[in-house]
Design a protein around this ligand. Structure first.
Ligand SMILES: *Cc1c(COP(=O)(O)O)cnc(C)c1O
Length: 316
């Protein structure tokens, strides 16, 4: 799965106790779990207030001599600004591991996510842009040594049958899932194009909706819209989510609780307010329905429901 793809890559690099890994405060929990499962210290960096993506200046401020890796997350299928991030990492002697769990097929300056750093981790959880019928994940890299080490780690650390040079894991991709993924991979670009078309409808239909902020799209990015996250202003996110549910429109929040506010990391010393952009966004975010199998009409209907519900909750 994606968590193991992240964790095993860190382990393959020999990252563990005494090492620090920088992760955005606004991400799915597995990005952080990978670091702490590997035994390294989790260091968080805030995100850009308008995009929710890892803030390169915040990464730079979080560097210490113990920093061994940085994990940018191409959140919602929108690439992080990788060129300046890689410069910062190179100066610090840190590796860069892309968390590409949302970004199958996404591009940064014409190059695909997953090929923009030392290695990348993908998830094939069923809801992802490329999803199996169960769990799955993979690592992409051009580094042959890393690939060899990962092949060991995923298969009990076996160099030959019955000979185990490292204490490995069972993280093999199930062949049945591989067959499903292989079939779907050929359709990924078409499905991503469909997502982009549906996102364009949201942009057109919701452009002038009051109190609603549409997702930021940077000039370098060709996003694949794993999610369509809007920000609801004036403290009305939860009210809008309830009102939409009353209209039969289910929405989601990516993510409601930033990493440093998660109970499993209580006691790590992070105070409320430590990562203000992540916290503010956590209160405003709402992901509207979007997948390649919606029709244009459905997305227009959802847009109308959003406008109507927004008017109702703003008047209340
Ligand atoms: C889904 C996800 C993962 C982990 O993937 P699993 O296959 O569920 O372990 C990692 N990072 C992000 C950002 C994700 O959304």
């Amino acid at each position: 799965n994606g968590l193991e793809a992240l964790e095993l890559t860190l382990r393959a690099w020999g990252i563990g106790a005494g090492d620090e890994v920088i992760v955005p405060a606004n991400t799915a929990i597995p990005t952080a779990l990978a670091v702490t499962h590997a035994g390294a210290r989790l260091v968080l960096a805030d995100v850009e207030p308008d995009s929710g993506l890892l803030d390169v200046a915040a990464v730079e401020a979080a560097l210490t001599p113990a920093t061994r890796a940085i994990v940018p997350v191409h959140l919602y299928g929108h690439a992080v600004d990788m060129d300046p991030l890689r410069e910062v990492a190179a100066r610090a002697g840190a590796r860069v591991l892309e968390d590409a769990a949302h970004a199958h097929g996404a591009a940064y300056r014409g190059r695909r996510c997953g090929g923009l750093a030392d290695a990348a981790a993908f998830s094939f959880y069923p809801t992802k842009n490329l999803g199996a019928f169960g769990d799955g994940g993979c690592v992409t890299t051009n580094d042959g040594e890393l690939a060899a080490e990962l092949r060991l780690l995923r298969n009990y650390g076996a160099t030959t049958k019955y000979e185990h040079t490292v204490r490995g894991f069972n993280s093999r991709l199930d062949p049945l899932q591989a067959a499903v993924l292989r079939w779907k991979l050929d359709r990924l670009d078409a499905w991503n194009e469909r997502r982009t078309g549906l996102a364009a409808i949201y942009f057109a239909e919701l452009a002038d909706a009051r109190g609603l902020e549409l997702p930021a799209v940077r000039p370098w990015a060709a996003p694949v819209w794993h999610a369509f996250p809007v920000c609801v202003h004036d403290g009305l996110r939860d009210a809008l989510q309830r009102a939409l549910l009353d209209d039969g429109v289910e929405t989601n929040v990516h993510y409601r609780v930033p990493i440093h506010r998660q109970p499993c990391y209580a006691g790590e010393g992070w105070r409320p307010g430590a990562f203000p952009a992540s916290e503010r966004r956590a209160e405003m975010l709402l992901s509207l329905p979007l997948d390649p199998f919606h029709t244009d009409d459905e997305i227009r209907r959802v847009s109308a429901a959003v406008r109507g519900a927004l008017r109702r909750v703003r008047a209340a």
